[in-house]
Structure formats: C-alpha cells, structure tokens
Design a protein around this ligand. Structure first.
Ligand code: C2O
Ligand code: CU
Ligand code: CU
Length: 425
C-alpha cells in the first residue's frame, strides 16, 4: 500500500516446510514462510512501514541491520512481538543506498531463531547510485551466505536450542554448520552471461567467517561496504567477511570463456557456490573511477574516545562473553554519545569478534595503531576484530536520540551476553 511518501508492507513470521536439501523437507521459521525472507527494495526518501505479524510459537523482535530508525523500531531484544501479536516498524529511509539485511533479535535466542530462518535482505537505492553505470536488474544479485547443519530427517540441527547462560562448552567459536547455503540453497550453481555482475555479499551466518575468492582466479572489485558505495572501486584477490558484514563487489564474467565454471570459494574452508558462464552477455560499461561522495571522518572531529573490550570473563562463577567485563544488562548503558557528534571507539578483543553498532555508522581509523586494511574502506556498521587486536573506529551518532546497542555479531556470543546499550542524548 502506498500513501504519500510512505510505503506499507506486511510480513508474517510463520512455520513452513521447504525443500532445501534435495528430496527432504525442512521446517523453517520464515518471514512470509520463506528462507531467506522476501527481499525488500526501499528507496531513500520514501518511508517504509512494515507490519510484522507473528504466527510463530515464540516471541520475536525484528531488526533492520544497518538501518537508521527511531529506537522503538530498532528491534530491541526485549521489545518483543508475542505469538499472535503484531508490530509496526517504521523505517524513515533518510539514508544512503546500501545493502541491508533484517533478522530476528530476541534476547538470548537470536542465534537459534536466525538459524531456523528468520533473516532476509533489504536493498536501499538512491539517486546517486542510480546515476552510476553499475550492473542493474538481473545483473545485480544479492547473495545471502550462511551455514546450517541438518538432522537426518532434514530438520535444522542446532546444538543448544535451550541455550542457558554462560559459554556453552565446545561452542566458543559459535555454532557452525557443514552445509553452505546461498539464498537458502546448498552450494548453488548460477548461470551467468559473460558480462559484469554486481554481487551483494551478505554474511548471514551465525558464526562462520569466510575468506572469499574466485577459482580458478579473478578479481573481486569492491564497490560498496556495509552501508553504501565506496568513494572508488577497490580490487581484492580475496575478501574476509565476518558475520553481519556486507561487501558489494563487481565480477566481470566476460573475463572467462563461455562454458567455463568459476567457483566462489571460502579459502578458510571450501566452496560456497559456482557460476557457469552460459552465453555471451551485453557489453557493459567499465566501472566509474569515482563512485559515491561522502565525508571522510577525521580523528580530530571526535569529541570523545572510549574503549570497549570484548572478552570472555568469569562472572558469578560462569565464563561469559562480556564487554568491559559486563555481560549484557538491558537496564544499563555503557556510553551516552551526543546526537550529531563523532566519537572514537577503540574495540579490543581476546578472540574473533565481529563488532556491530546499531544506528551509528562508522569508518575504520586504525588496526593496532596502523592504517586500516583495504577491506575496511567506506562506511561500515560491523567490523572484524581479530584476537588481540585493537580496532579504532570513528562513529557518527546521527538520526535519533534514545537507546541503541552494540554487540558481537557472532550470534552465539551475542546470546551469551556480549552486548551493551548506548544511549544517544
Ligand atoms: Cu545484525 Cu544487532 O544485529
Ligand atoms: Cu544491527
Ligand atoms: Cu564474539
């Protein structure tokens, strides 16, 4: 439904039986009964109101990852939609073109509920992006990567559905599956024309990191980061993508002979999907040298410096994933940045922790005191913090006042309390 500058959508969370592995049925908890959920196409300047109805047997909270919205539409972990209930989420869409995704965020149960299927993509467009000669329509392909494990009867296998507090023994790394799914299909093969494609890579895995590369060879030309286009394209031999991160890349399949097969592989593990070049494609424009223009944040603009240490610590006799020694407490806040300011946040870690901020987008300033890596370029909302690393970011707190959060996007770490509030005042 359309009304003035607002578009209305309805989304029903429900149980459905789908075929993921050939010949067996898998029960999913899906948005509109599908896994992943429907892909939203939103437009800068057009407000989106999504009415989420919950037909699942459990409470849920939907979060639009990378979205800039008032706190009551952020999908706070205790802001629940009860079974048979409904809630309207409002997304003002005063933000740049970007590849966002949405997923469940229920307190203590985000990991098992996302694992069961509650995730989908949301593509935001704007005029700046539209005017660039980038691959469009069927040549613009969102790819949601995740891993899952299956039981013999085809059902999703999650090891600790009744996850208690504390770090579950054996699951320090989070929960990994042995089947790689792309848009819900195991190791798919995609027929492509010999031309340029824009692939919007989203890591929707609970815990798996990927180092993506093309085999037998080829470049991933990055045009966008988590929350929008880069200033200019950057080429990579491989790209590390951690849970929650997005990379927007262009692959030129005209580099390969018709009939060839190219594998998108995870160098840390194994194949993800294949592309089969089936026919000659339309010739496409070379990528522009300049993409989007935006302000590069300077460290001098930071009005405050704060340190957040992501680490496993003993807490009341239990080992827990904490931030600054504190497991998540919905009633306390670790920082109160002021609306409209930039702060320098130092994120340190004992382990692999993909750190994600709600609402605030940031630019990576340094890794261990040195210049950031190529893959850190652009505006981001999630950053890979590796063991014993200190990643410094400049975050802009823009849009709305109120309570938001940061957390580790390893969803098991998140459920095990590696999460904290910040309050924008
Ligand atoms: Cu994608 Cu708070 O998460
Ligand atoms: Cu988020
Ligand atoms: Cu973590």
């Amino acid at each position: 439904r359309v009304e003035g500058d607002t578009d209305f959508y309805a989304l029903t969370q429900r149980v459905a039986d789908v075929e993921i592995l050939p010949g067996v049925r898998t029960q999913v908890w899906g948005y509109d009964g599908s896994f992943p959920g429907p892909t939203f196409h939103l437009r800068q300047g057009r407000r989106a109101v999504v009415e989420v109805r919950n037909s699942l047997p459990v409470p849920t909270s939907m979060h639009l990852h990378g979205g800039v919205m008032p706190p009551d539409s952020d999908g706070y972990p205790t802001d629940l939609v009860k079974p048979s209930g409904a809630k309207q989420y409002t997304y003002p869409m005063r933000q740049r073109a970007a590849t966002l995704w949405y997923h469940d965020h229920r307190m203590d149960y985000t990991a098992p509920q996302v694992w069961r299927g509650l995730a989908g993509m949301c593509l935001v467009s704007d005029a700046e992006e539209e005017n660039l000669p980038l691959p469009k329509e069927q040549y613009d392909v969102p790819l949601l990567l995740c891993d899952r494990a299956f039981d013999e009867d085809g059902s999703f296998l999650y090891p600790s559905l009744e996850s208690g507090p504390g770090v579950q023994p054996g699951y320090d790394n989070g929960v990994l599956g042995d089947v790689i799914l792309v848009n819900g299909a195991p190791w798919p093969v995609m027929d492509v024309d010999a031309t340029r494609y824009r692939l919007r890579l989203v890591n929707g895995s609970n815990a798996r990191r990927y180092e993506l590369a093309l085999e037998p060879g080829g470049q991933l030309t990055q045009i966008g980061s988590d929350v929008g286009l880069l200033d200019r394209p950057r080429t990579h031999e491989s790209l590390i993508i951690t849970p929650g991160e997005r990379f927007d890349v262009v692959v030129d399949f005209s580099q390969y002979p018709v009939g060839s097969e190219i594998t998108l592989t995870n160098r840390l593990d194994g194949p993800v999907m294949r592309f089969r070049v089936v026919r000659r494609g339309p010739s496409s424009d070379p990528l522009p040298e300049r993409l989007a223009s935006w302000e590069k944040l300077m460290p001098e603009s930071a009005v405050e410096t704060r340190t957040f240490d992501f680490r496993a610590t003993p807490h009341h006799g239990m080992r827990m994933w904490t931030i600054n020694g504190e497991p998540f407490n919905p009633d306390t806040s670790l920082a109160s940045p002021r609306l409209g300011t930039v702060e320098r946040w130092r994120l340190s870690s004992d382990f692999h922790h993909p750190v994600h901020l709600h609402l605030a987008h940031f630019q990576v300033l340094a890794r261990n005191g040195r210049a950031p890596e190529e893959r850190d370029a652009g505006w981001k909302d999630t950053v890979d913090v590796r063991p014993y690393e200190v990643v410094e970011v400049l975050a802009r707190f823009e849009g709305y006042r109120g309570r938001y959060m940061m957390h580790c996007h390893n969803l098991e770490h998140e459920d095990m309390a590696m999460m904290a509030n910040f309050d924008i005042s």
